[in-house]
Design a protein around this ligand. Structure first.
Ligand SMILES: [Zn+2]
Ligand SMILES: [Zn+2]
Length: 362
C-alpha cells in the first residue's frame, strides 16, 4: 500500500478547502506518478469551490502544475523516471474526430471541466480529482499523455504556469485570434491569464494593448506585462476605448473573466468587424444578451478559446524554450509563493482581485 500524501480537498460547493491525507492508487499500465513540485492557484479552482462550476465532491483541487516523474507504468514511452514534466488537463487521445482534425484541445475523450474518480481515497472513501489531475497534492497519478516533458533547466514554479495560464493566454492571442502586427487589443480581466494575453499581444506586435480591470491595483502588473494603456472598468469604458482607437473601437477584445457583463463589455470595446475572444470560463446560467440587429450590423466575430486552441505537446515545450531564451518573461505573474495550507488565503486574495498567481511550492 502506498503511503499517505497531503492534498487540498473541498468537500462540497461553498465549503472551505482543507489539507487532508490522500492515499493514491498503484499506477496501472500507461500511467505515471508525478511528484508535484509547484502548482498555480487558478481561477477555475476557485470556481470549483464557490459553486460557479459544480464538479462531483469531495474533490482534490489543482491542475496547473509541474513536477518530476517518480514512477512510470507499463507501455509508457514518452517519459522516464526523473523527467521534469508540466501537467496537461486536456490530454489528447489522438484518435477521436477532433484529434484527427487538428483540434486536440477539444478532444472528446478527455476530462474537460469534469472531475474523474481516480482511485484516490480519503479515510478509505473515494475522492474525485479536478480536471482529471488533482495537483494540489504532493503526488498525482495520471495517464502518460497528461504530462509534457520540459527541460530540467526550467524551474518548477515557472514551468507550472505554462500548463494553464500561460498556454491559455498566449494561445488565445496566437492561435485563436491570430493578432497581427499593428492591430489594437483590449484585454478585460487581469488575472494570470489576462496578463499572459497582454504579454502575448505585445509580443505579436499589437500597436496598443489596453488593459482593463476593476481594480486600480492591477495597473503596475499590467504595465509590467507590456500594456500600453490601463483603464479601470466603468460605464464609460467603450467610450474611453474609442478615444484611444481613432474613434473606432479595438480590432480585438479578449474577455478573461467569464461573465456576461464583461463579455458584453468586450463586444462593445471592438470596432465594426472586430473580433471578440472569450477566454474566461463562466457559469451555465449566466446568459449573454446581444440584439439580433447588433449581431448582424456590427459584423463582429464572437468565439471562445479553449486551452488557447493549442496542442500542449507542441506548445508547452515551445513556451519553455521561450522562457529559457529570455524572450518570454513570467516573473511578473508570480506574486505569492505559498504552501498547501495557504490555498484558502490565496482564494481570498483572488476574490478580492489582488495579485496575479499564487504558486504552491511543494
Ligand atoms: Zn487553470
Ligand atoms: Zn481525442
Amino acid at each position: 500500500m502506498n503511503p499517505y500524501f497531503p492534498g487540498v480537498v473541498v468537500r462540497s460547493a461553498g465549503s472551505a478547502p482543507a489539507v487532508e491525507e490522500l492515499r493514491l492508487p498503484e499506477i496501472g499500465p500507461g500511467q505515471v506518478r508525478v511528484r508535484v513540485r509547484a502548482a498555480g492557484v487558478c481561477h477555475s479552482d476557485l470556481s470549483m469551490v464557490n459553486g460557479t462550476l459544480t464538479p462531483p465532491y469531495p474533490l482534490v483541487l489543482g491542475h496547473e502544475a509541474a513536477g518530476e516523474v517518480v514512477e512510470a507504468g507499463e507501455h509508457v514511452t514518452r517519459v522516464s523516471v526523473g523527467d521534469h514534466v508540466v501537467l496537461n488537463w486536456q490530454p489528447a487521445c489522438r484518435e477521436c474526430w477532433f484529434c484527427t482534425h487538428g483540434q486536440p484541445w477539444l478532444c472528446s475523450t478527455s476530462s474537460g471541466v469534469a472531475a474523474l474518480e481516480n482511485g484516490i481515497t480519503v479515510d478509505g472513501d473515494p475522492v474525485f480529482v479536478g480536471l482529471g489531475l488533482g495537483a494540489f497534492a504532493e503526488q498525482v497519478v495520471a495517464p502518460a499523455n497528461a504530462v509534457v516533458p520540459v527541460p530540467a533547466s526550467l524551474d518548477f514554479e515557472r514551468a507550472a504556469l505554462l500548463g494553464c495560464a500561460v498556454l491559455t493566454g498566449a494561445g488565445a492571442v496566437r492561435n485563436t485570434a491570430g493578432v497581427r502586427p499593428g492591430e489594437t487589443v483590449v484585454v478585460i480581466g487581469l488575472g494570470a491569464v489576462g496578463l499572459s494575453v497582454v504579454a502575448a499581444a505585445r509580443a505579436a506586435g499589437a500597436s496598443a494593448v489596453i488593459a482593463v480591470d476593476v481594480s486600480t491595483a492591477k495597473k503596475a502588473l499590467a504595465e509590467a506585462a507590456g500594456a500600453t494603456d490601463f483603464l479601470v472598468s466603468s460605464d464609460s469604458l467603450s467610450k474611453e476605448i474609442r478615444g484611444r482607437t481613432a474613434r473606432l473601437g479595438a480590432d480585438h477584445a479578449f474577455e478573461c473573466v467569464g461573465r456576461s457583463a464583461t463579455i458584453r463589455a468586450a463586444w462593445r470595446a471592438t470596432r465594426r468587424g472586430g473580433q471578440v475572444t472569450v477566454v474566461g470560463m463562466g457559469a451555465n446560467d449566466d446568459m449573454v444578451s446581444l440584439s439580433a440587429l447588433d449581431i448582424f450590423s456590427s459584423a463582429r466575430t464572437l468565439r471562445s478559446s479553449v486551452y488557447g486552441s493549442s496542442d500542449p505537446d507542441v506548445e508547452v515545450p515551445a513556451l519553455a524554450a521561450d522562457v529559457l531564451a529570455g524572450t518570454l518573461s513570467l516573473d511578473h505573474l508570480i506574486t505569492d509563493r505559498i504552501t498547501l495550507a495557504d490555498v484558502p488565503a490565496a482564494f481570498d486574495r483572488m476574490s478580492r482581485g489582488e495579485g496575479a498567481r499564487s504558486v504552491i511550492l511543494l
